[in-house]
Design a binder for this molecule. Sequence first.
Ligand code: UYC
Length: 232
Amino acid sequence: TPIDFSALRLQLSSGSEKVQQQLIQQLATLGEPGLEVLMDFLLQRRDRLPTWIDGKIYQILHRSEFSPAREFLQTHFPAGIVTLRSQSNIDYRTLQQLLIEGDFQAADRVTLQKLCELAGSTAVQRKWLYFTEVERFPILDLQTVDTLWSVYSEGKFSFSVQRGLWLALGKNWEKLWAKIGWKNGNTWTRYPDGFTWNLDAPVGHLPLSNQLRGNRAIAALFSHPAWEKREQ
Ligand code: UYC
């Protein structure tokens, strides 16, 4: 029996995120008409804030060999699905590209690099952050970085996801490290090979922040006003 694409299209617009996720995977395997439905859906949603549903579709179209899909992305979303807003003129395009490709390890390195750029030239040379620098980060930039991670990781990876877990665990660091796979019993996870650089990782596993110099920087990050009034 022929596949009813208009029914799939309708279910995609009206379904829950769970249903949408399943339909997206299904449509991705149905050839060109499936990809056409995904393109239409992405375009319909373009005036809303992007979620990981948009990120998933973007990644599927980006990976496909169907050249109209790639041309479509080039025309409507040349830099990706997330608008790269920065209060400090930081260029997040490489970060977006790495996340689109699912190269989470490289994206993690670039994230630290970008946060150092945000902190200023002394932090760029130092290659790590003081908590006082984290406190002064502009809201917009943290939200951009956070949205990038979330949108291209099915909502699994981001600072705000880590922060949500931390709050749910009563701000207990040890419980957080265990939960996000940074510590196993008394053993810290070894950088980089101990970490899981794909979506099989626990929720909140990425992005990393080195705790070698204590947890004041990550504490400052989780206390940042960026997570309170969310506009992006
Ligand atoms: N590393 O263990 N980490 C490094 C993590 C710690 C250490 C980088 C995360 C604990 C050393 C990143 C965890 C620890 C270096 C991370 C972790 C430790 C290093 C590269 C689980 C020992 C060499 C970027 C909490 C007990 C560099 C960077 C240096 C690097 C991340 C050791 C991303 C999440 C407490 C010796 N570790 N790191 O920041 O600074 O250098 O000497 O967190």
